[in-house]
Design a protein around this ligand. Structure first.
Ligand SMILES: NC(=O)C1=CN([C@@H]2O[C@H](COP(=O)(O)OP(=O)(O)OC[C@H]3O[C@@H](n4cnc5c(N)ncnc54)[C@H](O)[C@@H]3O)[C@@H](O)[C@H]2O)[C@@H](O)CC1
Ligand SMILES: [K+]
Length: 461
């Protein structure tokens, strides 16, 4: 059984390879179609089902599901966009002995099952398919997509159809694909459930996985403030941003957070204020992670500070915000101490250019080029190192408010300084804490609330 949390996210090609390694393709289609049939039967509660079948194996799954529903005594009709073209689909269609209606003028049904295209969709949908499909999905009271809504690109999550209709449920077959975790595809899918196919975890274990809640140990009985992790934050032009990072670090579990530079004494008294005469002030071996970027500014002094920290290579670094605009990525690959970069889309572009592929591909390319852990923030956040990536889809959209990125930086720095796993695990733990705090805050909260919520979020683990 493959769990969604922590489970693999598998490209179309890797999925095909796993299916080939399994060997029994007919058995896989049987399981897929039956799994869809069982789920639909439970939800349909006796209402009529219309299954739309395409020419490939996604359509094959549809014929198997329709046959199962009919055998269970359910009212079910089948329509097709094309004749079955793959051998598996032909065999599955041959077992469906009822009529097959042409798509163009088929009557809608309360329950619509879309088995037109899955991972084999290779080009934008023609209007002769897209228009009736949209009409039938919108007319249904419950629309279920088999593997993927027909019209989403499996590996990029792009939409290959205009005005893509919304489904209530998407049944991912065997494993999640990138489109299940990427926008804009994800917003058309409704709830996403996994239908296990019995593919081996080994064959599916690719390099990309869904995020899972971190396992964070409580402090040892003999721990002290430095052993829990000391986070140092370089203060620049906007001290409020640095203060948010410091508070978030403490509330995520760091034992000590110090602001280095000219910050007003406002904010929690637990935050320590230190002068930053020169960068030698940061030569403290007790520091577990240094944050540079939130509110830093982009002047030459800021640029010099960043360059000095990178060249010194004495502490793990979290580089965010303005510092990303000042960063020369060519200075990163030879460092010994870990570096975590936390760009949003604009900052990512400033450091790495446009890149190509999905946000997963772009984050992984950036991590490979720099050796850093790259936390590419967005509707889906991707955390990547040279070898693998972890995705966090669907954070609370109310997180789109000023200062929440500074909070994330602090949470990640706390995990890094507290040595909660490898750097990519620490970064993922920070992303998870931040998103969960956002979920708990509900609506129209401010970044200060988010930082505060980290205490109870950490307590929930
Ligand atoms: N291969 C296997 O062993 C299994 C595959 N499974 C199913 O198979 C699906 C993948 O099957 P396929 O690789 O056959 O791919 P699809 O069934 O997704 O589609 C491929 C077919 O659609 C055509 N096509 C692609 N884009 C089109 C467009 N825009 N307009 C018109 N025609 C278009 C192709 O020429 C091909 O005939 C998965 O999503 C899943 O549903 C499951 O049955 C599990 C087992
Ligand atoms: K489909």
């Amino acid at each position: 059984m493959i769990a969604i949390e922590g489970g693999p996210v598998v490209t179309a090609a890797a999925m095909r390879a796993a299916e080939q390694a399994h060997g029994d393709l007919t058995g896989l289609m049987e399981r897929a179609g039956r799994g869809v049939g069982e789920a639909v039967r439970r939800l349909a509660a006796g209402a009529e089902v219309l299954v739309l079948c395409g020419p490939g194996n996604n359509g094959g799954d549809g014929y198997v599901a329709a046959t199962y529903l009919r055998d269970m005594g359910h009212r079910v009709r089948v329509a097709c966009t094309d004749v079955p073209r793959s051998d598996l689909a032909k065999a599955a269609a041959a077992r469906w002995t009822g009529p097959v209606e042409p798509l163009a003028d088929v009557r809608s049904a309360a329950i619509l099952v879309d088995a037109v295209f899955g991972t084999g969709l290779s080009r934008p949908l023609d209007a002769t398919i897209a228009d009736p499909l949209r009409r039938l999905v919108e007319a249904a009271s419950l629309a279920v997509a088999v593997d993927l809504p027909s019209g989403v690109a499996t590996d990029s999550g792009a939409l290959l159809v205009e005005d893509a209709p919304g489904y209530a449920l998407t049944l991912a077959l065997g494993a999640l694909k990138p489109a299940h975790v990427l926008q804009p595809a994800m917003r058309t899918m409704g709830a996403i459930r996994l239908v296990p196919l019995g593919l081996s975890a080994h064959d599916l274990s690719g390099a990309v996985a869904m995020i899972a809640p971190p396992r964070l140990a409580a402090p040892d009985p003999d721990s002290h403030k430095y052993s829990r992790g000391m986070v140092a934050i370089v203060v620049g032009q906007m001290a409020g941003a640095a203060r948010l990072s410091a508070e978030a670090a403490l509330r995520s579990g760091a034992g000590y957070a110090a602001l280095y530079g000219d910050a007003s004494e406002l904010g929690p008294a637990a935050i320590v204020h230190r002068p930053l005469a020169d960068m030698a002030s940061l030569d403290d071996p007790r520091i577990g992670a240094i944050v540079i970027g939130p509110g830093l500014g982009r002047d030459e002094a800021a640029r010099a500070r960043l360059a000095t920290l990178i060249a010194a290579d004495r502490h793990p670094l979290v580089v965010d915000g303005d510092a990303l605009h000042l960063l020369d990525p060519a200075t990163l690959p030879d460092r010994d101490c870990p570096v975590i970069l936390t760009p949003h889309a604009g900052e990512f572009k400033a450091v790495f250019g446009e890149g190509s592929g999905s946000v997963i591909d772009r984050a992984r390319d950036a991590a490979r080029a720099t050796g850093a852990v790259v936390v590419f923030k967005g509707a889906t956040t991707v955390i990547a190192n040279r070898h693998r990536a972890i995705v966090h889809p669907g954070g609370n959209s109310w997180l789109s408010t000023a200062g929440t990125g500074d909070v994330l930086t602090g949470a990640i720095a706390a995990m890094l300084a507290g040595e909660h796993g490898t750097p990519i695990e620490a970064a993922a733990a920070g992303v998870w804490l931040h998103a969960e705090a956002g979920r708990r805050c509900g609506t129209s909260f401010i970044a200060d609330d988010l930082a505060t919520a980290l205490t109870l979020t950490r307590a929930s683990l």
